[in-house]
Design a protein around this ligand. Structure first.
Ligand code: ATP
Ligand code: MG
Length: 333
């Protein structure tokens, strides 16, 4: 794995809001993270916790949302300061996103081959060599050349998803944001698609942010996991540690509910009693306190800072919980 000193992506103190008539929804709430070259990061959390919003904000593709605060440094550039024109050039060629429910991303009126040709032309990369690249990539994703003149609706959901993955990889972007890339597919097709995606990640040494509900997928293809809850990260660490020694009570509850991560039937996020807070009106203290088995007074009145627990494979294990804060840990059961 190639590693240089500078992370490929550095997100610092990102805050993203959706102003609505019913109040301001804070979907990303002071999130910071770093992603080195060649690493696969899983972003995990319940529905509505802000995973897709985080992904969209990295590409400045928020619909109805505003980045209130924070910096996104990608490959040394501050994306917040780039012109929209430069951002457009960067999307697809340097950072690409596989959208949630992305089969819809294919244009029903455009033959599959034209999706590839248009993308190459848009980025001035159209040539005979690049077309050979397309054919090689599609071959890797098990899409036959003979089908390229067909329209998307003639393909199965799994094939459409593989076409979307091929489009995302086409220009060899440095970073791929994959938002639930296989969720819409049935279990067998999901497994096959994921296997092909994983092979491409390894062969091309891709840097990936994988957004998912599915801890089985996380265990299989990520090196690092960020646990997201109500717009905030609660815990980040290397994948092995997150599964073997989860520190945050929320992560512990998620992991405890999976007796065997490889068990297809048990890999979805567990149900934890209670609901996450309303993002229009989040509590002052820890976002998880109301559902936490260990919460003490301070958890409800103050928002904890991150505590560093250990490092493994150069990946810090950090947790946002008073239980690990030397000032308070004695008071926990
Ligand atoms: N355009 C919008 N206007 C107002 N609120 C929004 C908008 N888009 C998202 N939200 C709210 O922002 C929060 C985060 O949404 P987001 O789609 O990022 O969550 P998610 O973690 O990706 O969820 P899921 O797992 O269901 O895809 C949710 O509470 C959602 O209702
Ligand atoms: Mg989402």
């Amino acid at each position: 794995m190639i590693r240089n000193n500078q992370p490929l992506l550095k997100v610092h103190d990102l805050v993203v809001d959706y102003p609505t008539d019913e109040g301001n929804v804070r979907a990303v709430d002071h999130v910071s993270l770093e992603l080195p070259n060649g690493e696969v990061l899983g972003v995990v959390g319940e529905s509505g916790c802000g995973k897709s919003t985080l992904g969209f904000s990295l590409l400045r593709l928020l619909k109805g949302g505003i980045i209130r605060k924070g910096e996104i440094i990608f490959n040394g550039q501050d994306l917040g300061k780039l012109s929209e024109e430069k951002m457009q050039r960067l999307r697809g060629s340097e950072i690409s996103m596989i959208f949630q429910a992305s089969q819809n991303a294919l244009n029903p009126l455009l033959k599959v081959e034209n999706h590839f040709i248009d993308t190459l032309k848009k980025h001035n990369r159209w040539s005979e060599d690049s077309w050979n690249d397309v054919l090689r990539l599609l071959n890797r994703l098990e899409i036959s050349k003979s089908r390229l003149a067909d329209y998307p609706f003639l393909f199965s959901g799994g094939m459409q998803q593989r076409i979307v993955i091929a489009l995302a990889l086409l220009l060899h972007p440095k970073l791929i944001i994959a938002d639930e890339p296989t969720t819409a597919l049935d279990v067998l097709v999901q497994a096959r698609t994921l296997k092909l995606f994983k092979e491409l990640i390894e062969d091309f040494n891709l840097t990936v942010i994988l957004i998912t509900h599915d801890l089985g997928i996380v265990a299989e293809i990520t090196q690092r996991v960020a646990i997201m809850y109500a717009g905030q990260l609660l815990e980040v660490g290397d994948t092995f540690t997150i599964f073997e020694k989860p520190a945050h009570p929320y992560t512990q509850a998620l992991i405890a509910a999976i007796p065997n991560v490889k068990d297809e039937t048990k890999k979805k996020l567990a149900h934890i009693p209670g609901l996450p807070p309303d993002l229009r009106n989040t509590p002052k203290g820890c976002r998880f306190a109301d559902r936490c088995l260990y919460a003490i007074d301070i958890c409800k009145s103050e928002n904890p800072e991150f505590v560093t627990l250990a490092s493994k494979n150069k990946i810090e294990h950090i947790v946002k919980c008073f239980k690990y804060d030397d000032r308070y840990n004695i008071r926990f059961r």
